[in-house]
Design a protein around this ligand. Structure first.
Ligand SMILES: Cc1cc2nc3c(=O)[nH]c(=O)nc-3n(C[C@H](O)[C@H](O)[C@H](O)COP(=O)(O)OP(=O)(O)OC[C@H]3O[C@@H](n4cnc5c(N)ncnc54)[C@H](O)[C@@H]3O)c2cc1C
Length: 390
């Protein structure tokens, strides 16, 4: 029977980050399990947008700290998350100017570099943007995007350098609880004992916890992405754009390519995490092209290079479930990221590692994200119509 201090279940960006911080900062003997490969789940399909614009202070703190790690990845972690600092622009429709201003003030009070933009400032950034239906914008010069797969594998490699054991193709079959305390994890070849277990298994988290009588309200939904390409005669998009009025995002990629996705909620897209359509629907691609052409008429008729779909693990308030599982000492959870967990993963791993080892949160209090908040009715509501924006 193998033994560890902490077993982390799930080698996405969240679990790999936690494994890194547990091993490197806290000297824990860590086993990181993935039923497939590190970064092979939704993390590897992430659009990877890194922004600080949130409406809730702990989310801003997590985003700011994470951006700092992304921007200094080699020095802090080792290796590369492939972070590209492009700037980030959020456009909100008329009527939401007050929310944009309040959020910008919040970010600035916590150390973020961001400004409210009127139509003129938006046009100065890119004169091709249509602004007649925009109430206000918020711009962050330091934000951009990184790569999900690169991030998860770099965290896992760094964890391994600090002594962690990374076991791919090794599913956690069952959580072992004895006397209301976690005792370890069963894998197909036996049992690994441990004093603490972090379940960071994305859409599969609910299924791992339910045999213990713990039912977290995490739904699995399908989320599509389309890859566009502008011809060489058209300047490509220079920054990440989230357009709340039409409900989509665009993210630059290599050369003249960029990714497009929706920030709208598709409740009818609930799927099985183990069997879903991984392609992009023609209707979705057409809809994205229409929305993009509305905001950026110069992009009308750009080429479509491809598309795919992956999974969101969505909670009722579109915020993650983080922390100690009640009445199961040593059992922790980090899941339900609702389509915006990539950008937070460096700081979530760091903060949860501290909680697991010391029993306390440090600078960032993740208490409001506790698993019991749903039963308590203490949901975290975004002032925006799109919960994913936070
Ligand atoms: C298309 C798309 C675009 C996105 N764009 C953005 C974005 O721009 N910005 C942003 O911040 N977020 C974005 N997100 C969300 C973000 O990517 C996710 O929130 C984040 O990757 C979740 O990481 P995770 O490590 O929590 O979970 P996952 O990536 O889901 O990883 C969970 C891992 O657990 C493993 N696992 C499952 N069950 C078991 C088991 N029993 N035993 C062992 N291992 C197990 C899986 O194999 C998987 O590797 C996007 C997501 C998608 C799908």
């Amino acid at each position: 029977m193998a033994a560890a201090d902490v077993i982390v279940i799930g080698g996405g960006c969240t679990g790999a980050s936690a494994a890194f911080w547990l091993a490197s900062r806290h000297g824990q003997k860590v086993v990181l399990l993935d039923r497939g490969t590190v970064g092979g789940g939704p993390t590897g399909r992430s659009s990877g947008i890194v922004r600080m614009h949130y409406s809730y202070a702990p989310l801003v703190q997590l985003a700011l700290r994470s951006r700092e790690v992304f921007a200094n990845f080699d020095a802090v972690v080792g290796g590369s998350a492939d972070f590209k600092k492009t700037g980030f622009l959020l456009l909100a429709p008329r009527g939401q100017e007050g929310t944009v201003e309040a959020n910008v003030a919040l970010q600035r009070s916590l150390g973020g570099d961001t400004t409210v933009m009127d139509s003129k400032a938006i046009a100065d950034l890119d004169a091709r943007l249509r602004t007649d239906d925009v109430g206000a914008g918020a711009y962050e010069p330091d934000s951009g995007y990184a790569d999900g797969y690169a991030t998860a594998t770099a965290f896992a490699a760094a964890a391994r350098r600090h002594g962690a054991e990374v076991r791919e193709n090794t599913p956690a079959v069952r959580l072992v609880v004895e006397d209301s305390r976690i005792a370890g994890v069963e894998i197909p070849t036996g049992r690994i004992t441990a004093g603490a277990v972090l379940v960071a298994a994305g859409p599969w988290t609910r299924g791992l916890l339910s045999p213990l009588g713990i039912d977290l309200p995490i739904r699995t939904t399908r989320h599509q992405v389309v890859l566009f390409e502008v011809p060489e005669s058209v300047a490509p998009l220079g920054f990440v754009l989230v357009d709340l009025g039409t409900g989509f995002y665009l993210r630059p990629d290599v050369g003249c390519q960029f990714h497009g996705g929706s920030v709208e909620e598709y409740p009818d897209e609930e799927v099985s995490a183990d069997a879903f359509n991984e392609g992009a629907d023609f209707e979705f691609v057409e809809g994205m092209a229409r929305r993009m052409a509305h905001r950026m008429p110069a992009f009308e008729g750009v080429g479509v290079k491809g598309g795919y779909a992956s999974l969101y693990d969505v909670t009722p308030d579109w915020q993650p479930v983080l922390g100690q599982v009640p009445d199961r000492a040593g059992l922790f959870v980090a899941a339900g990221f609702s389509g915006h967990g990539f950008k937070l993963s460096p700081a979530i791993g760091e903060t949860l590692a501290g909680l697991i080892v010391t029993g306390r949160y440090g600078e960032i209090d993740l208490g409001p994200f506790r698993p019991s908040r749903f039963a308590e009715g203490a949901l975290i509501h975004s002032p925006y119509a799109h919960g994913i924006v936070g």
